[in-house]
Write a protein that binds this ligand. Structure first.
Ligand code: MLT
Length: 266
């Protein structure tokens, strides 16, 4: 693990492999280790950069009350600067996808291609914003683990929950290590995110959309909207996987990702 000071904060990250850069942005409330199975596959042909987004994993919580998706995207751009990665394939799952969309919007010239997994372009409704604030308070009062436990039933497909105790344990371990202020800031940041829907038609980067067929948080209808609005994009639905599709169906996820990356080669 390395730590880089960027934009007045510290970001923990890892870089593995060599070749054209791929940046993998984790979901909430997780950390960079979410991408273990993908890093193992990609490192033979790519330089894989996995940050812990601000306040999460081993990146210390910032002083601000909210960690917005735009701020997180600027952090990623600054980290890429430091690592001399001018352009990269930017892949994000769920909250990482919100960050990837912000990144695309602000730094489109730096996006070689986009991967949007189990995510959506639409903003939170008023009701969802309120629920986020309640969760943020829960994190501050009761600890990050309480938030994780409340979210768990929706994060994984019922079958994963029932039959894959090692996957459940892995998510729990990631959630348990979060800091309460970082979790609260990310929740408030997600509530503040912009509506990216009108902007999707401007996305010119080759785009892969991935979704678990059982995703209860960002269901296939969200992925279909991304597919419809982003010109030339490709949608892969992973049967039986829930919201954390890269962990629930790693082989199928990797197959889709590798095929997409191969098609980008000259
Ligand atoms: C995530 O998995 O990153 C979050 O659950 C997304 C969200 O809550 O909107």
């Amino acid at each position: 693990m390395s730590v880089m000071r960027v934009r007045g904060i510290e970001l923990a990250y890892e870089v593995e492999g060599s070749g054209s850069p791929v940046v993998l942005l984790h979901g909430f409330p997780f950390n960079r280790s979410l991408w273990g199975e993908q890093v193992a596959e990609l490192r033979a042909r790519h330089r894989v950069i996995t940050p812990d987004l601000r306040g999460l994993g081993e990146s210390p919580p910032p002083d601000d009350e909210a960690a917005t998706m735009d701020e997180m995207a600027r952090d990623v751009a600054a980290l890429m600067d430091e690592l001399r990665a001018t352009r990269a394939v930017v892949a994000g799952l769920s909250m990482g996808g919100y960050v990837a969309l912000s990144f695309q919007r602000m730094f489109s010239h730096r996006v070689r291609a986009l991967v949007l997994a189990d995510t959506r372009a639409t903003p939170d409704t008023e009701e969802q914003k309120q629920a986020r604030e309640e969760m943020a308070r829960k994190a501050l009062d009761e600890g990050a683990e309480a938030v994780g436990e409340a979210m768990l039933p929706k994060l994984l497909a019922p079958r994963t929950l029932a039959e894959r105790p090692e996957t459940v344990a892995r998510l729990r371990a990631m959630m348990r290590k979060q800091k309460r202020r970082g979790v609260a800031a990310a929740l408030r940041g997600m509530a503040l995110r912009r509506d990216h829907t009108p902007f999707l038609q401007n996305v010119l980067a080759p785009t892969l959309v991935v979704v678990g067929s059982e995703d209860a948080l960002t269901p296939p209808t969200d992925a279909e909207l991304l597919r419809r609005e982003i010109r030339g994009s490709r949608l892969v639905k992973l049967e039986g996987a829930g919201h954390v599709s890269n962990l629930e169906a790693p082989e199928e996820f990797n197959r889709a990702l590798l095929a997409f990356l191969k098609d980008l080669e000259p």
